[in-house]
Design a protein around this ligand. Structure first.
Ligand SMILES: Cc1ncc(COP(=O)(O)O)c(C=O)c1O
Length: 384
């Protein structure tokens, strides 16, 4: 069944899961107020870095007694810093259900070589948090970007846990409700839901995480870029904008623009509602078709940011080649860029639905997915 190409195209075909679409109000000239060519330690630079921290706190509702720091090397930098600075004080549980979580498991087990229980689940599934011992330190990813499976809520994380929770929330922050009382370390990058640049990571520490930092020295050496304490005390400057090394003031300006936009449209509830509406449009599309489905098996765990889809039509002979060919057709038509599944994930598509994406663009793209699927089924039949 050949179907005609849809009459309209999305105004913005950028559905990459990172770097993600810029906020709808973005234009390069709006960054002209950046403190370029100035020291980041001059008042103008420090004020901007501090504003980035405090506006993050306001938008995300981070408690006043939690520290928020801007650190090097995007989300990876923030997670690594936390793991290398905090792990080893007590046994750990490493929890993973997709590629990024698996990377943190490798670090703890093969690099840090700490005593760790590893709990994993296949792509599409999630580890049962009821079986995790939160008296150990627990490292996990809130939203598995490469499987589109997220933690539905923090109810299974006990408030009176003895261990620390270290949470990679890079594709969840600003789109999903993060229960701060259940999270001791939370990390994310500006490049995801806010559509910022990837240069820097955000590291959010609970008072218990700070207590650990001040009372525990890991057995391994820590490079300067990871060091959060000096002589047994937290380096407080990091959490007011005195970064460990030189940040990009252009990236900072860009993040401030995104935060301004977020506040102007109504803050976190609106950001979450935008992601929900985007994802729902895709869920509805899948529900009406028998050839495509969400990779996440339990609807409660379906991501509203990195929505991962699998083709389920039994006419498909080579799943990976088919999914790639569909993504290629959509890219060639300029209607959906960068939506192939992650390289380590099962064959399929991954469509970013974070807050910077307009629902109208998702809705305009989906009929093209119908078209590309049928065109590819036809092509496959002709080639046979
Ligand atoms: C869950 C998760 N963790 C870590 C990363 C790495 O982030 P970055 O490249 O910003 O360091 C990503 C990137 O997509 C991710 O999705």
């Amino acid at each position: 069944m050949t179907i005609d190409q849809p009459a309209t195209r999305p105004a913005n075909p950028r559905f990459s899961s990172g770097p993600c679409a810029k906020p709808p109000v973005f234009s390069l000239d709006k960054l002209s107020g950046a403190a370029l060519g100035r020291s980041h330690r001059a008042k103008i630079g420090k004020d901007k870095l501090k504003a980035a921290i405090e506006t993050t706190r306001e938008v995300l509702g981070v408690p006043a007694d939690y520290r928020i720091g801007i650190v090097p090397a995007s989300d990876t930098g923030a997670v690594e810093m936390a793991m290398w600075s905090l792990l080893g004080a007590r046994p750990a549980t490493m929890v993973a259900w997709e590629s990024f979580g698996a990377g943190w498991v490798t670090d703890a087990v093969k690099q840090l070589k700490i005593e760790a229980e590893v709990k994993t689940a296949e792509y599409g599934q999630i580890v049962d948090f009821a079986e995790v011992d939160f008296n150990t330190d627990v490292v996990f990813t809130w939203n598995g970007t490469t499987s589109g499976v997220r933690v539905p809520n923090g109810d299974l994380i006990p408030a009176d846990r003895e261990g620390l929770t270290i949470c990679d929330a890079t594709s969840a922050a600003f789109a999903q409700d993060l229960p701060w009382d259940k999270l001791d370390v939370t990390t994310f990058s500006w490049q995801k839901v806010m559509g910022g640049e990837a240069a820097h990571g955000m590291l959010i520490l609970s008072p218990r995480a700070v207590e650990r930092l001040e009372n525990y020295t890991p057995a391994w050496p820590l490079p300067k870029i990871f060091r959060l304490t000096k002589r047994g005390k937290l380096i407080e400057g990091i959490f007011v904008g005195e970064t460990i090394n030189t940040p990009s003031m252009l990236a900072v300006e860009d993040y401030l623009l995104a935060l301004d936009w977020a506040q102007a449209i109504g803050g976190l509830p609106t950001l979450m509602a935008r992601a929900d509406a985007n994802a729902q449009a895709i869920f509805d599309f899948c529900a009406e078709r028998d050839w495509i489905d969400n990779l996440a098996e339990d609807p409660a765990t379906r991501s509203n940011t990195s929505v991962c889809l699998k083709f389920t039509d039994d006419r498909i002979t080579d799943g990976a080649a088919f999914a790639k060919a569909v993504a290629k057709r959509l890219e060639a038509e300029g209607v959906a860029l960068d939506i192939g599944a992650y390289r380590d994930a099962p064959a399929g598509l991954r469509i970013w639905c974070g807050a910077t994406v307009e629902t109208a663009d998702i809705e305009a793209m989906l009929p093209w997915l119908d078209w590309a699927f049928h065109a590819e089924i036809d092509a496959q039949a002709q080639a046979a």
